[in-house]
Design a protein around this ligand. Structure first.
Ligand code: 4AD
Length: 447
């Protein structure tokens, strides 16, 4: 099969005769001409079959038979097509195939997902087939590019990949969202974040990152929540909080730039406004404290175009507040130093202000919400032990984690990126369920 080329490589073969393995996404034409929309996962493009050419090449009988096969192809039939590559400015892809031969590989029955509109539930029930549509494929291409760029960024910046476990004996974030399972007679939990293990890794290697699935039994039915999602956690020693935000900003810019440079076809398919993405790469992100953000929200709450609820200092933001703030600045915005009461136990207090912690959430503009959460970690053994108790947790469960503060504790910080949130933001998709191949949500575990 090495002789087969991918559709995305078609531009390199103008004027040549090529063979492509593909699926028929759609078909049109009449009389002597047939148009096939082909897809192979790398791109979509059109092949054109002209009856007289087939007759000329194969003779009357075989030529007509072949052309007849083309006319009766059903959606999602798999084929190997042979043809000459031509430039075609009228088509979106810019090239088309002058078909000279076709071989059917696998027939397709009535494909449930047709080019007409379908309801979301129907599409989600058929997720295994929906993934073949152009928009879904483009989103997965963006996801793939973000994954590649993540490895690239961290390897280039002196981090080593350090895999944290999925099964854990303690909670990483909180005890309310834990998926519990039986581990040979004892409770175990599915990881909510690899962070605590990464802190052990950071004390061994200096800079580490992991990248894998995490689980949260969140009963929220929003367009931003999954119960299983992919998180990239990074942890690094001898970083101040500001330096940590610099690193996060460089990483997010690297991701966006990589997608712009390497997945432009997908962004075009998604009709993403790339001038905005370019702006996020080129302009500095905004950094604002939680308390300043509350002041700003209060100041603007009676403006004509605002529709968020009044907040007091100490209240948590809802998504209308997050959307308003990030739109106000028009670039990704770090909200720093939240109240300790609604953040995790491991965060270090702001010096001189124990009510606030040295953390930041990065809000994406255009209403895509929080994409990153990070903080500087508490380094003192006694303070951390007390925090664990105050949060209603048992220090015995965290003995190994507390050990890290006993043997050469150093300032360190880290953050976690939710891959699917980043995918929705970069791809410009409204709902997180389209950002992962098989989404797991409150009422969805199949397919
Ligand atoms: O802010 P979070 O909860 O941070 C942590 O878990 C830290 N331990 C990370 C660290 O410091 N190493 O989650 C990090 C990110 C969020 O910013 C968001 O992008 C994503 O994970 N996230 C979710 N994505 C989809 N569905 C959910 N239910 C999510 N919850 C968090």
């Amino acid at each position: 099969m090495k002789e087969l080329i991918s559709i995305i490589d078609v531009p390199k073969h103008v004027g040549e005769t090529v063979k492509i393995g593909a699926w028929v996404a759609n078909k049109s034409g009449k009389g002597k001409i047939a148009f096939l929309q082909l897809r192979d996962g790398t791109a979509f493009f059109q092949a054109v079959a002209f009856k007289p050419n087939f007759i000329e090449k194969f003779g009357e009988e075989e030529g007509l038979e072949k052309f007849d096969i083309i006319k009766h192809l059903t959606q999602e039939t798999s084929v190997i097509v042979t043809g000459t590559v031509k430039e075609d400015e009228r088509s979106k892809f810019g090239y088309e195939l002058d078909l000279t031969d076709i071989e059917v590989v696998g027939e397709s029955n009535e494909f449930p997902i047709t080019p007409k509109e379908h309801g979301t539930d129907f599409l989600m029930d058929n997720r295994h087939l929906w993934l073949r549509s152009s928009k879904q494929q483009a989103i997965m291409q963006v996801r793939n590019a973000l994954t590649y760029a993540t490895y690239e960024f961290f390897q280039q910046n002196g981090f080593i990949k350090f895999d944290s476990p999925i099964l854990s004996g303690n909670a990483a974030e909180n005890t309310t969202d834990l998926f519990e399972t039986d581990y040979f007679g004892n409770p175990a939990y599915l990881s909510q974040s690899g962070q605590l293990y990464l802190e052990a890794g950071a004390m061994a290697f200096g800079r580490v990152f992991d990248f894998g699935p995490v689980f949260r039994a969140e009963k929220s039915k929003t367009r931003r929540h999954l119960t299983e999602f992919w998180m990239m956690d990074a942890e690094y020693t001898f970083f101040t909080h500001d330096e940590s935000l610099d690193l996060q900003e460089a990483y997010i810019k690297h991701l966006i730039k990589y997608v712009l440079d390497n997945a432009s076809y997908a962004l075009e398919t998604l009709e993403r406004d790339t001038s905005l993405l370019e702006k996020y790469v080129n302009e500095p992100f905004k950094r604002v404290s939680y308390d300043d953000a509350i002041d700003l929200l209060q100041k603007h709450e009676s403006d004509e175009d605002t529709d968020y609820e009044h907040l007091e200092h100490g209240d948590d933001f809802g998504s209308p507040h997050e959307t308003w703030i990030s739109n106000y600045y028009g670039v990704p915005t770090f909200i720093m130093n939240y109240p300790s009461s609604f953040k995790a136990f491991y965060m270090k207090p702001v010096p001189g202000n124990p009510e606030r912690v040295l953390c930041a959430d990065l809000l994406a503009p255009e209403g895509y919400g929080e994409i990153v959460g990070g903080s500087e970690r508490e380094t003192d053994y006694d303070v951390l032990t007390q925090k664990i108790i105050d949060f209603g947790l048992d220090p015995k469960d965290y003995d190994w984690y507390l050990d890290l503060r006993k043997y050469g504790s150093v300032p360190h910080a880290g953050f976690g990126l939710g891959l699917e949130r980043m995918v929705t933001f970069v791809a410009g998709t409204a709902h997180i369920r389209e950002a992962i191949p098989f989404p797991r949500m409150l009422h969805r575990i199949k397919p």
